[in-house]
Write a protein that binds this ligand. Structure first.
Ligand SMILES: Nc1ncnc2c1ncn2[C@@H]1O[C@H](COP(=O)(O)OP(=O)(O)OP(=O)(O)O)[C@@H](O)[C@H]1O
Length: 318
């Protein structure tokens, strides 16, 4: 039996369109899931509902025995067992790192509190900064303090809502690496929401894709890459080239080989130098504009190139 159960959740704001549509998801204890979706797809609303901070219209959410109720059904909204960290998470500006992390534990026994804060500072590698104020820290360190504060209450579930969007790519990669290790050690169940597939994959190999309030697909990156359920899921991984005269059928740039003779003729109209290959924009003789990968970096703008691909790599949507 899974640990976090989200069952057929629906939500509309006022009388508008539903922003979460019949959404169901299960997650085992101690597992990390990345939920990827574009802006406005309903990710934040869903997380707030899971945290018990937003009313749902229908559906059920439970953590084993604990049923998450709507805030309008409770005196104090939210649950210690479910903690939400988001990008603009506010730290107390005039409290130190140590005080920020210990704040939620104010009513707890002092000895327990000191131990918990000490172990979190260690896990988060924040010991050298424990007496600093938030403004004296980098963006990544500030987010670690926010996560430390959320973890201080020993939640069963940690919900991360794009917590790294203000960080640069290198900071994000390093922070995700550190956090992954820590989540594993703490055996906390994590739902990580992002619009960035790279971040999602860096965090875990359990992926869910949300679009227009619905769960589109759940699986490993490889499964979704090979058999994407729709165009959005496929495009998260790469550009798709539409094949002329084949309805809803596409080929990925990486699956196209380039030749100097024989194949579908095309003309290079643009060349971009990327890390692992030159990306060429080509105009095919059947009138399509495609992206292809020139791994040998042998073609220039204006050159003629011939394209071939294996039909088994074509992706067709129903
Ligand atoms: N409090 C609110 N009242 C009315 N509409 C809202 C409210 N909060 C969000 N919405 C709308 O619900 C839809 C989903 O928003 P939500 O923030 O959940 O999506 P998201 O996937 O998290 O997007 P983003 O990544 O941009 O935060 C959007 O159309 C948004 O405008």
């Amino acid at each position: 039996m899974s640990f976090l159960n989200i069952d057929s959740v629906n939500k509309a704001y006022q009388k508008g369109e539903k922003v979460v549509k019949n959404f169901s998801l299960k997650l085992d204890k101690g597992k990390v899931l990345s939920l990827v979706g574009e802006s406005g797809s309903g990710k934040s609303t869903l997380l707030r509902i899971i945290a018990g901070l937003e009313n749902k219209d229908s559906g059920k959410i439970d953590l084993g025995q604990l049923v998450i109720q709507n805030p309008n059904e409770r005196l104090i909204p939210g649950y210690d067992e479910v903690q939400l960290v988001y990008q603009e998470y506010q730290l107390y500006p005039s409290s130190t790192v140590e005080e920020n992390i210990s704040r939620p534990l104010i009513q707890y026994d002092r000895k327990y509190r000191d131990q918990r804060v000490k172990s979190l500072l260690k896990l988060l590698k924040l010991e050298p900064f424990k007496d600093k104020l938030p403004r004296q820290l980098s963006g990544g360190q500030q987010q670690k303090v926010a996560i430390g504060r959320a973890l201080s209450l020993e939640p069963e579930v940690l919900l991360l809502d794009e917590p790294f969007s203000s960080l640069d790519a290198i900071q994000r990669r390093e922070l995700i690496e550190e956090l992954k290790e820590m989540f594993n050690e703490l055996n906390v169940t994590v739902l990580f929401v992002t619009h960035d597939l790279d971040d999602a994959l860096q965090m875990t190999s359990d992926l869910a894709i949300m679009q227009g309030g619905k769960l589109i697909q759940r699986g490993s990156p490889e499964e979704i890459f090979k058999q994407p359920k729709n165009l959005y899921a496929a495009k998260l991984f790469s550009t798709l080239n539409a094949i002329q005269n084949k309805n809803k059928t596409f080929i990925r740039p990486a699956d196209i080989q380039l030749f100097k003779s024989t194949g579908l003729a095309a003309k290079v109209i643009e060349k971009q130098y990327l890390i692992h290959y030159n990306q060429l924009t080509v105009h095919t003789s059947d009138g399509m504009i495609w992206k292809v990968e020139d791994k040998q970096r042998s073609f220039e703008q204006g050159d003629k190139v011939y394209l071939k691909w294996d039909v088994s790599n074509e992706i067709t949507f129903k």
